[in-house]
Design a protein around this ligand. Structure first.
Ligand code: NAP
Length: 302
């Protein structure tokens, strides 16, 4: 029986691990992918205090090492059944058996949201990607497009411009959602921005060869030849299977300022929470608060 089981090894879960372990709890972190979460897939992080610029993988690897140094147990497995509403929090994993804990911290984060186009999932690996840092190098010297106007899309476009022969950023509006600094940087770069434009179809078989586009202001349609498209059209919360935990209409976990959910002894931290600013630094802050409250909760049980 652990004192706390943490679901997710992104910056929120890892920071919770550090604080919970330093608070004297026995800690297990369950992660169904590589550690580091979305942050690990970010090429450069330029807004985490103390680092002018640091690779996302490097930053999250330091957090993992810090957890390991404090004795946090990592379980890399798929949680197939999560039951958090009893006094004992239970996580059944696909291969590593059952974990039990006195408290739980949900830090499962968010996943890329698909555009919902026909053959979108069939073309993953055939030109469609949701991760520029993972797949960008495969498009060296090739033509690529990025869909979206947020921080991820702009960062991806700038990152891809190091490899690709041509990068088009396709945004459905006439203003970027990304931070001012990133927006200015992409406007000054070699990235071509197609404003007021949406992708209506993915063309080519078995591999992507072009995108069918529509200008939402003029209604004009066109075709853009590409070898790859990186979709950065927002995220969806990874809250599947969290029965009994109160979620908002979009699937984000509702917490109070102390990261408490509606279930006793269950806290949530990071991008999985309903909140306004989703950044590594706010995920880390949530993780610290959630862990502090898990420590108080477990100590009160003793
Ligand atoms: P986001 O901020 O939600 O932006 C999603 C973008 O995709 C928006 O520009 C949106 O257009 C567009 N979009 C949504 N649905 C679409 C559709 N069906 N078709 C075409 N375009 C669509 O998502 P994100 O960029 O992944 O960022 C997620 C969170 O992580 C944000 O809070 C962001 O600040 C944070 N983040 C921060 C950093 C950083 O600070 N360095 C880096 C990455 C992510 P509209 O603008 O018209 O809504």
């Amino acid at each position: 029986m652990y004192d706390v089981v943490i679901l997710g090894a992104g910056p929120a879960g890892l920071t919770a691990g550090i604080y919970a372990a330093r608070g004297g709890l026995s800690v297990a972190i369950v992660e169904n992918q590589a550690p580091g979460g979305q942050a690990a897939l970010t090429s450069e992080i330029e807004n985490y205090p103390g680092f002018k610029s640091i690779g996302g993988f490097e930053l999250t690897s330091l957090m993992v090492a810090q957890c390991e140094g404090l004795g946090v147990a990592f379980v890399f497995d798929n949680p197939v059944n999560v039951s958090l509403d009893g006094d004992v929090k239970v996580v059944d994993t696909a291969y590593s058996g059952r974990l039990e804990a006195r408290s739980a911290i949900i830090a499962t984060g968010a996943l890329p949201r698909p555009l919902g186009l026909e053959r979108e999932s069939a073309l993953i690996g055939g030109g469609v990607s949701y991760c520029a840092t993972c797949d960008g190098a495969l498009f060296r010297g090739k033509r690529v497009a990025v869909v979206g106007g947020g921080n991820t899309a702009v960062e991806d476009a700038l990152y891809l411009s190091k490899f690709a022969s041509e990068v088009c950023l396709i945004h459905r509006r006439d203003a970027l959602r990304a931070d001012a600094l990133l927006s200015e940087r992409v406007k000054a770069s070699s990235v071509r921005i197609l404003w007021d434009t949406v992708v209506t179809a993915l063309e080519g078989s078995p591999k992507l060869t072009s995108l069918a586009l529509k200008n939402v202001r003029t209604g004009e349609t066109s075709s853009l030849p590409v070898d790859g498209v990186f979709i950065a059209a927002g995220r969806k919360p990874a809250s599947e299977g969290l029965t009994g935990v109160e979620l908002d209409e979009a699937g984000y976990v509702l917490t109070d300022d102390e990261m408490r959910t509606n279930l006793p002894g269950v806290f949530a931290a990071g991008d999985i929470r309903r909140k306004t600013l989703r950044q590594v630094v706010t995920a880390a802050a949530d993780g610290a608060i959630a862990a502090e409250n898990a420590v108080k909760y477990v100590n009160a049980l003793r």
